[in-house]
Design a protein around this ligand. Structure first.
Ligand code: UDP
Ligand code: MG
Length: 313
C-alpha cells in the first residue's frame, strides 16, 4: 500500500462525504494504492452511518468507531497502529485541510526523504482573536522549547513515513506536539509545507477554551516525559540533594551559633525556617524521584526500546 489517510472526526456528518469525494478526485491521477481510515471519536450525529455507507461504496474506506469521545490524540494513535501505507497522512475531517496538498506532501516524504512533513496554515482562516493569536504565541513557545523550526505545530494535515507514526505514542492532547514526539523518537528530518486552509464549512470547532489549560500542561509533560520519563531521578535527584544541602548547611551553622557561640533567639530568625523548609523540600524531592523511578521501572514498557533493524528473523 502506497498511502494511508488517517482522519479523526467528531460530529462531522456533513463534511465526510464531500471530503471523501474530494480525496478521490485528487488521488485518482496519482495511481497510488491507498486506504482512508476514518476514526469516529464518539460522534453523536450520523457520522458513523455516513462512514458505513462510504465503506459499502468504496473498499478503500475503513472505519473505527470509539465507544465514547476519547479525543483527537486517541483517535490518531489508534489509526497509527492500524494503517499500513508506506506514507501516512493525517488530516481533519471538517474540510479545513485541503486534499490537493496531499500529493506534494507524499512526494516530499518519498523523494526528499523527510521523516515528517507538517502543514503550515500560512493564511489561516479561523477567528483571529480566539484562534490565530493564541496559536502564534503557542507556536513560538513550542519552537523555542523544542528547537524544531516549524511555524505551525498543530496543523491537522501532516505526512509521515510509516515507521515514524509507529514509533510515537499520542495520548492526552499530545496531538499538538506530534513533531516534538517525533523528534524525541529520533526523527530529525522534519519539513514544512505551506498549505491552503479553508474556513469551516459545516458544524463548529471541537476545541474550546479548555485548550488554554491543557495545552501548556501537555507541553510540560512532553518535555518532562521525553527527557526524564525513563530516568526521573536525574531530574528530582539533583534538585533534592541541592535543597537538602542548603537546608543542612543553614541548620548546621545555626546549631553552631546556638551551641558553641551560645547565641539566643535562633528560632526567631527567618533563615531558621528557611533551613527547615529546604531540608524537608529536599527530602521530598528525593523521595519523589525514587517513587517515580520505581513506577517507571514497573510500568508497561512496550515502547521502551525500538528495534531499528533485524537480520535472520
Ligand atoms: N476531533 C476529534 N475528536 C475530538 C475533537 C476533534 O476527532 O475530541 C476532530 C474533528 O472532528 C476534526 C479535527 O479533530 O476532524 C480537528 O478539530 P476541529 O476542526 O474542531 O479543530 P480546529 O480546526 O477548530 O482547531
Ligand atoms: Mg477545524
Amino acid at each position: 500500500m502506497d498511502l494511508s489517510l488517517v482522519i479523526p472526526l467528531l460530529n462531522e456528518e456533513e463534511s465526510i462525504p464531500e471530503l471523501h469525494a474530494w480525496i478521490g478526485r485528487v488521488l485518482l491521477p496519482t495511481k497510488w494504492t491507498y486506504e482512508i481510515l476514518f476514526i469516529d471519536d464518539g460522534s453523536q450525529d450520523g457520522s458513523w452511518k455516513v462512514i458505513q455507507r462510504l465503506e459499502q461504496e468504496d473498499k478503500r474506506v475503513k472505519g473505527i468507531r470509539f465507544q465514547r469521545n476519547y479525543g483527537k490524540s486517541a483517535a490518531l494513535n489508534t489509526g497509527f497502529a492500524l494503517v499500513t501505507g508506506d506514507v501516512v497522512i493525517t488530516m481533519d475531517a471538517d474540510l479545513q485541510d485541503n486534499p490537493e496538498e496531499i500529493p506534494e506532501m507524499v512526494n516530499m516524504i518519498r523523494e526528499q526523504h523527510y521523516d515528517l512533513v507538517s502543514g503550515w496554515k500560512k493564511k489561516r482562516l479561523d477567528p483571529t482573536l480566539t484562534k490565530n493569536l493564541p496559536s502564534k504565541f503557542y507556536n513560538w513557545t513550542v519552537r523555542l522549547m523544542s528547537g524544531i523550526p516549524l511555524h505551525d505545530f498543530n496543523c491537522g494535515l501532516k505526512a509521515f513515513r510509516l515507521d515514524v507514526v509507529r514509533s510515537i505514542e499520542v495520548y492526552g492532547d499530545m496531538h499538538r506536539y506530534i513533531p516534538v514526539l517525533a523528534k524525541w523518537a529520533g526523527y530529525h528530518k522534519i519539513g514544512e509545507k505551506v498549505v491552503q486552509h479553508q474556513e469551516r464549512k459545516y458544524g463548529i470547532s471541537k476545541f474550546g477554551i479548555e485548550r488554554f489549560i491543557r495545552g501548556p500542561l501537555d507541553l510540560m509533560s512532553v518535555i518532562f516525559i521525553s527527557k526524564f520519563g525513563k530516568r526521573p531521578m536525574h531530574l528530582f535527584g539533583p534538585l533534592g540533594v541541592l535543597f537538602f544541602i542548603i537546608g543542612f548547611l543553614i541548620l548546621a551553622w545555626l546549631s553552631y551559633q546556638k551551641l558553641v557561640v551560645l547565641e539566643y533567639g535562633i528560632a526567631d530568625r527567618p533563615i531558621f525556617y528557611f533551613g527547615i523548609l529546604a531540608l524537608i523540600v529536599g527530602t521530598q524531592l528525593f523521595m519523589t524521584g525514587f517513587l517515580a523511578e520505581l513506577i517507571s521501572r514497573s510500568a508497561d514498557n512496550r515502547n521502551e526500546y525500538l528495534i531499528k533493524d533485524r537480520v535472520g528473523c
